[in-house]
Design a protein around this ligand. Structure first.
Ligand code: NAP
Length: 314
């Protein structure tokens, strides 16, 4: 009997079918099926499942589950709902996603660096007013989170001439990037940042990290890009920081509630660019290739890929 690999999800049926069809092509040795197509007998023999924001009640029915492979890079939803369950969680680490995210980081850093929001406002006011030019090497970009996505983004910014620093939990060494670690290093870093890019996972330690105290430590007039998770920002504190000019502009791609509710002050704020969670979309084809290779290796050699540290939450 072929190993049974269910796709457990809360996606639309067409999205789920697309994942299943691609995984079936890449795992011909397996029986890949939607969770809703499993009998009770099937459920009892599943060892590995591919998941996309699964309902905890569905996963709990897979009594012999050893590990799940998420098709997303972020796992905070699963940490909140599945961390107590006895199986391991593997998240997506995809070089293609890192490339796409680093492109978005570069694009929006350039948007802020070349002062496009300010020129847009000047145009609206019919104002012909060249602003002083700043060289890229005189712009200090600080990336919060030097993981798979932050690392690639930092190098891409270096390649484009920016002065780049990064912040992580553990110590790092990256060519031409000044690396800092630990809470004590953050105030000094913020005080010298022109553009802050958040690529941290959402955990107990990073939830509400960007609060009133954080914004007080930021150099006056710095800009912020949030491509990590919305709940790392205290929205009311960011709005205050924008209103008093401490933050000159914020590019926000992720929000505590998505889609962003229509009554959110972010929509109309002149200092905010709202994006609909598009900075790092998962590619079904490259992600399926990675998931399929990881599952094939497990079936051949029993090797589970690096798992999420449930105590750290990422
Ligand atoms: P990752 O490889 O796990 O990297 C996380 C980085 O954050 C690591 O450098 C880690 O430090 C650092 N970190 C974690 N907790 C910290 C803390 N308390 N203080 C300082 N640094 C801390 O994750 P990734 O693949 O780069 O992804 C990052 C996040 O991007 C995801 O969790 C997800 O939320 C978000 N994301 C967004 C989109 C989008 O479209 N907007 C798409 C994909 C992912 P260490 O290196 O020391 O562990």
């Amino acid at each position: 009997m072929r190993p049974l690999i269910p796709f457990v999800h809360q996606s639309t049926s067409s999205e789920a079918e697309q994942w299943c069809a691609t995984l079936r092509e890449m795992l011909p040795q397996c029986d890949v099926r939607l969770f809703e197509q499993l009998s009770e007998e099937d459920k009892a023999r599943v060892e590995v499942a591919v998941v996309a924001n699964p309902a905890p009640a569905d996963v709990a029915q897979l009594s012999h589950l050893q590990w799940v492979h998420s098709v997303w890079a972020g796992v905070e939803g699963m940490m909140a709902s599945l961390a107590d369950m006895p199986f391991e969680i593997v998240r997506l680490t995809d070089p293609h996603l890192a490339q796409t995210m680093s492109e978005a980081v570069l694009a929006w850093v350039l948007y802020l660096h070349r002062e496009m929001p300010q020129y847009r406002q000047q145009q609206s006011a019919g104002q012909w007013q060249p602003r002083p030019y700043t060289d890229a090497c005189d712009r200090h970009i600080v990336i919060l989170g030097l993981g798979v996505l932050g690392h690639k983004s930092a190098l891409r910014l270096v390649d484009n001439g920016f002065r780049v620093s990064g912040w992580s939990r553990s110590e790092k060494q990256l060519d031409k990037v000044c690396c800092y670690s630990g809470e004590q290093a953050l105030p000094e870093l913020l005080d010298d940042a022109d553009i802050i890019v958040n690529l941290l996972p959402l955990t107990a330690a990073t939830e509400s990290l960007m609060d009133e105290m954080f914004f007080q430590q930021v150099k006056a007039g710095a800009a912020l890009i949030n491509f990590g998770r919305g709940a790392s920002i205290v929205d009311a504190d960011l709005l205050q920081a924008l209103d008093r000019g401490q933050i000159s502009h914020a590019v926000l791609d992720v929000f505590t509630q998505e889609p962003l509710p229509l009554d959110s002050a972010f929509w109309q704020h002149p200092g905010v660019t709202v994006l609909p969670h598009i900075s790092g979309p998962t590619s079904v084809s490259t992600a399926s290739r990675i998931v399929a290779d990881n599952i094939s290796l497990y079936l051949l050699e029993g090797v589970i890929p690096p798992t999420v540290d449930k105590s750290l939450g990422y």
